[in-house]
Design a protein around this ligand. Sequence first.
Ligand SMILES: [Zn+2]
Length: 412
Amino acid sequence: MRGEEPVVVEALKVRALPEGSCDRLLEFLRLYRDAVQSVVDRIWSLDVKLSKKKLHRLFYSDLISVGFRAHHAKEVYVYAKSLVESARGNGGRKPMLRRLSTRIDKYDYKLDLDSMTLTLKLHSNYEVRLRLVTSRERVEKFQGWSNYELVVKYDGKSFWVSIYFRRIVRQLEPRTVMSIDLNFDNVTLAIFTLSGRPLRLKRFKTPHRRILTHRIWIERIQGRYPRSWRFIKGIRGAIERHGEGIKNISWDYAHKLGDSIAGLALKHHSIIVLEDLEKLRENGKRGREFNKRLGLWFYRRVQFCVEYEARERGLEVVKVNPRGTSSRCPRCGGRLIECGHRVLRCRRCGFTGDRDVTATINIYRRYVSKHPRCGVPGVAPNAPKPDEDPSGMRGNRDEAMTISTYMNSYES
Ligand SMILES: [Zn+2]
């Protein structure tokens, strides 16, 4: 992605209340659905690949004659074509549309974030104004973004709109590298200068205990009613509540962590280096350990939020193969053995160090080995500044000191 302008896309999904009668809007949604269906029917029977030009020639004037605007017509046949293609692609049957849902081009609506209203241009020159039912704070975020398309849905009771926004972010020139190591009970990050000097070390606790408590409850209930838990409403409800609990804890955590990591990275203009979780599967031992303790989904969620928050701030995120990052000696490449509480030791050269800190160094080095513009050897590393805000990190100062000892060994 280097060299391209990175774009952030986000959807604002809110309930919308039509001012006055909603008859015209419902009429439009039905008309739209039926129009898509009839185009689907025709394309399906034709059984040839159609270009946009061909689609336009075949359907445009018919759609206009029903009262659609030019961009409505385009949306209708483009959408119909994509439905047919995806149904054919996976060997399915002809798509049948039931739901009332339409895509509306940016030329066919007017959005006013100040008054939180949306004006839709419907068929036959009708217009409808909708009030967005949400908090001002949620909308405020999108001031200054560009909106390009929206989807209106009717679920039988209410109207919902999803408005898509995008924004180009200016990419920052990196000045440091931040490597992040995810573990079941903590997230450890280290920041290095481009010349390899360690600047900062920080560790965050994960909510693994709270998640595990819910998981244990679920297993306990399922164990007690092995056959019936799916069918008894009260029991299924209890399980769902624990599942909901896990979901809330992990999203909440991931968002907050993503935000504070990206904030720190922005302060230091860091490139963020993460482990490539897809490669973790092949990585026998560690993969199993990850799964047993929390599940890969948790790490994916955390990474997703870190990446998102970072990109939004114009920071670059790269992923490296995690193979061996917590089992290889950062000094000599020898195999590390576990010796007591999270401490690793190299049998070949005698190096000893905290497991997570060792992993961040290895992740950093892996990145540097692929991107030789940084990590110029021969710069004497100084002790990094101990963290001002330990945020649940034990032995912070000590670890900050030891990281420089590890780094010293690079030069040997
Ligand atoms: Zn060694």
